[in-house]
Design a protein around this ligand. Structure first.
Ligand code: ZN
Length: 145
């Protein structure tokens, strides 16, 4: 498989028409900023968590198509999920891109498009950057509550 195959339709769609893009920079959003120096990706993710549920996810960043599209896919997947479900999905996504077998990978919905990243270890950090942001944001929100 070459890089072209990796850039599947779903990835290009989210790259061209990103969902939940643009930060609010207001309460009650909680923001986490992370970078991936090996590729130059720079990502900010904001979340609202209330009553154990992910109410909203916003994302904005600069970087490669894998990183930026993945942020869009992640935001769509996690909005409306419980914090526990969101954590499971994040873990599942990490396992999938690392090449581990995932019995319930259908739960990842469009994020399955990143399965091919397992063949490009250098791109794993691109695919997971926004997920690391949201994971850290959830962690920080929970610690503060
Ligand atoms: Zn990248």
């Amino acid at each position: 498989m070459d890089l072209k195959t990796l850039y599947r339709q779903v990835i290009m769609d989210h790259y061209k028409n990103p969902k939940n893009k643009g930060l609010k920079n207001t309460d009650p959003y909680h923001m986490v900023h992370l970078t991936n120096p090996s590729c130059g990706d720079d990502m900010r993710v904001e979340i609202i968590v209330d009553d154990g549920k992910v109410i909203d996810v916003r994302q904005d960043g600069k970087g490669c198509s894998i990183c930026l599209s993945s942020a869009s896919v992640m935001s769509e997947l996690l909005i409306g999920k419980s914090v526990e479900e969101a954590k499971d999905l994040i873990e599942g996504f990490y396992s999938m891109v690392k090449g581990e077998e995932l019995p319930d990978e259908d739960k990842l919905e469009e994020a399955i498009a990143y399965k091919g990243v397992r063949d490009f270890p250098a791109r794993i950090k691109c695919a997971t950057l926004a997920w690391k942001c949201v994971e850290k944001a959830i962690e920080e929100v929970e610690t503060h509550e």
